[in-house]
Design a protein around this ligand. Sequence first.
Ligand code: SF4
Length: 160
Amino acid sequence: MFEDEVEVLTIQDAEKARNITNEGLSAGLYLMNAPCSFLNMTGRCEVYDRRPTVCGMYPFKVNTSGNSVGLQPCPIGFLIIQDFAEWIVTSFSRSDVSDEEKARIKEEWKKNVDAYAAELVDFHSKQTLNEMQIPFDELEMLSMFLSSGSNVSTLKRETH
Ligand code: SF4
């Protein structure tokens, strides 16, 4: 997040904003240590109207490695990716992909979803969480999923 966004959060709650750091980051850039102090125990953002830009992009972020898109470790991110994985498993039918490759992708996503679900156990008490990665070569499928309307159920379940 940016400096002016840190100022907004500090005005909102200076104690919670102490969880924000710029250690190891370029000048002018900050991050909130996970889990975010402004996420309350009912899964609601306490500063939703003033949330940083990066939160508006949530749950997606481009990783510095440059070869994947990261999904933030969060219950809503999990719902989105769970729907995406189910969509891949049940309706992925690109003709230019071999049956063998389709089976491999499906199996990989099943494992990813299980791993992500395990990561979310005791979500609020963890200091560090692993992100789920979507390789760039699978972004086309994510785009197909998002434009298919299959993600509507996720949006209806949104509580964040
Ligand atoms: S949207 Fe989520 S990560 Fe961003 S400030 Fe609110 S609770 Fe924190």
